[in-house]
Design a protein around this ligand. Structure first.
Ligand code: CO
Length: 164
């Protein structure tokens, strides 16, 4: 019996790397679904220098926007994770980011109802080489702020989406 247990344990261990490898397939599937409906598409990259490649993005108001975030860095997620969080108009970005940075168990997405309500859309937290796509529609024309909610990043990693 002991031998069987050992064998099963070894089998479980050998399965682990495969399940880890399978993970990046999930965003690709989500991407396919989103692609059909999008009226407008934009790609944003982020890197180890804590920067988005775009500080301002213009999108059509009332249209389905597909935004893809790509982490082109090499530093592990635990030290240099990135996400893209788009906030509703009138949200205090700094106050929101301060709450987000304490929410480590949820990948720095705050869990309080009021803070969740302030979000229009957000990607998952990305490690090096990963990407994620989100789709959203901004009905009301105007300026909307976005940020990376990883602790300490929002000072550099923020920008503005203008819906026209
Ligand atoms: Co970041």
């Amino acid at each position: 019996m002991k031998q069987l247990t050992t064998t099963l344990f070894a089998a479980a261990l050998s399965l682990a790397p495969a399940s880890l490898l399978a993970e990046p397939a999930a965003p690709a599937a989500a991407e396919k679904k989103a692609e059909k409906k999008a009226d407008f598409e934009v790609t944003v990259t982020c890197n180890d220098q804590m920067q988005f490649d775009k500080k301002a993005i213009e999108v059509p108001a009332g249209k389905v926007v597909k935004l893809t975030l790509k982490n082109v860095g090499k530093v592990p997620k635990i030290a240099m994770g990135h996400n893209f969080v788009l906030l509703k108009k009138g949200t205090d970005l700094t106050a929101w980011a301060m709450k987000a940075m304490t929410a480590k168990p949820t990948d720095y997405m705050p869990t309080a109802e009021a803070d969740k309500k302030a979000i229009i859309a957000h990607t998952k937290l990305l490690g090096p080489g990963e990407e994620d796509s989100i789709t959203f529609t901004i009905k009301e024309a105007g300026d909307y702020e976005y940020l990376c909610s990883f602790p300490g990043h929002f000072a550099l990693m923020k920008g503005k989406i203008t819906a026209k």
